[in-house]
Design a protein around this ligand. Structure first.
Ligand code: HEM
Length: 383
């Protein structure tokens, strides 16, 4: 039987704080040991791994799986915000072993460093076009840019017509609504995916790279994951990176982006994992079906997290499938803001910015990023 241990403040609470205020409860977690038992938002214990070295072991441990079929039996999948089980929806995020490796092989060439380098100018053009379309401001970049831009970048890659960008933004918004909203959003994503598969782009390439026994509906779900996960993660990171570039100056943009990802990881706990058998971690015995999380945000200063973004993209077989895409698109947007919109400034004092923790395992994001002076270089007369 698992024993709850006290570790101080709950790390899953929703709230609002200044950008430089630490994650609530995280300090207490780290000082409580390498594996800390906490109360999961959906009830019951969750084991949280707080050191980078143990995190790497856990993220590569085949006994600790992402298939939500292994979630605690008492959990309500909707309340716990669980993805469908691997048996219900073919997905990179929930499959394991050989089927997972086959899916990774199908995706990998499409998201390779070489392919992403070749898209750099296109990403910059997209950032410039969307920012220029916002007017001089004041404009809230969190509301008007940080969701649209990642969707436009991934949509362009997949072959989604730009005319469907508003549909994609709306579908993402409805994913946070009630059951009817989520169903409508999934219908919207399926239409977007089906349309993309009729055009030149990676959606069609993915279809061709997958075995024929994978149905078109299953491919739609895989494309939904790329679109939805892509903006869910890149959007908040973009807000923090743009805010820092506007207050501190961008300097080495790639280093700034990596530091933002390390300090403010969009997936601060990685996603849910569950023990598929009894597992001992740092002396703590976890029965089957124990939820396991990694405190990625807490490992920011841990040298074992590795250089650059540290563990922000995860590690092991489920390492983010789009590391090169995500970094390239963040760097492109920050570069474009500081070089092509030289008069852009925060429209409020930096001390007025606030970050919102939505609660649960989701990462924080800026509540708003009001900016003015968004004049493209040609018109600003400063070129
Ligand atoms: C700054 C941006 C991003 C961050 C920080 C990030 C982070 C992560 C993390 C931590 C994981 C692993 C989660 C776990 O193991 O529990 C992951 C997986 C994944 N990410 Fe990203 N991600 C980002 C951008 C993107 C983008 C742009 C896409 C797609 C266009 C994407 C697609 C995926 C997919 C498909 C997986 C599942 C991989 C697998 O399970 O094999 N991510 N991401």
């Amino acid at each position: 039987m698992l024993q709850q241990s006290s570790h101080g403040a709950c790390p899953f609470v929703a709230g609002t704080r200044r950008p430089d205020e630490p994650y609530p409860g995280r300090e207490a977690l780290r000082s409580a040991g390498p594996v800390v038992l906490a109360e999961a938002p959906a009830g019951g214990p969750v084991a949280i791994v707080t050191t980078a070295a143990l995190a790497r072991d856990v993220l590569g441990d085949p006994r600790i799986v992402k298939d939500t079929a292994w979630a605690p039996l008492g959990w309500d999948p909707r309340a716990a915000e669980l993805e469908p089980t691997a048996a219900r929806a073919l997905s990179l995020t929930t499959t394991e072993g050989a089927p997972h490796a086959a899916l990774r092989r199908a995706h990998a060439p499409m998201l390779s460093p070489r392919r992403m380098r070749a898209r750099r100018d296109a990403m910059r053009d997209t950032a410039r076009e969307l920012l220029a379309g916002l007017g001089e401001g004041p404009v809230d970049l969190m509301a008007e840019f940080t969701t649209r831009y990642p969707l436009a970048v991934v949509g362009d890659l997949l072959g989604v017509p730009r005319a469907m960008l508003d549909d994609a933004v709306e579908a993402c918004r409805r994913m946070f609504g009630d059951e009817a909203d989520v169903a409508a959003a999934m219908g919207g994503f399926a239409r977007i995916a089906a349309t993309a598969m009729q055009h030149e782009g990676l959606a069609r390439e993915l279809r061709e790279r997958l075995p024929t026994d994978v149905t078109d509906e299953q491919v739609h779900y895989l494309l939904f994951t790329l679109l939805f996960v892509g903006q869910l993660t890149t959007g908040p990171a973009l807000g923090f990176a743009l805010a820092r570039a506007l207050t501190e100056g961008a300097g080495d943009t790639a280093a700034l982006v990596d530091d933002v990802l390390r300090r403010d990881p969009p997936a601060p706990f990685t996603l849910w994992r569950f023990t598929a058998q009894e597992v001992e971690l740092a002396g703590v015995v976890l029965p089957p079906r124990t939820p396991v999380l990694v405190d990625v945000a807490g490992t920011a200063d841990d040298p074992d997290a590795g250089p650059g973004p540290g563990l922000a993209f995860g590690a092991g077989p489920h390492l983010c499938a789009a590391v090169h895409l995500a970094r390239a698109e963040l760097v492109a947007a920050v570069d474009v803001l500081v070089t092509d919109f030289p008069d852009a400034r925060l429209a409020v004092p930096a001390t007025d910015l606030r970050r919102v923790d939505p609660g649960g395992i989701a990462g924080s994001r800026l509540a708003a990023l009001p900016v003015h002076g968004l004049r493209p270089r040609e018109r600003s007369g400063s070129s």
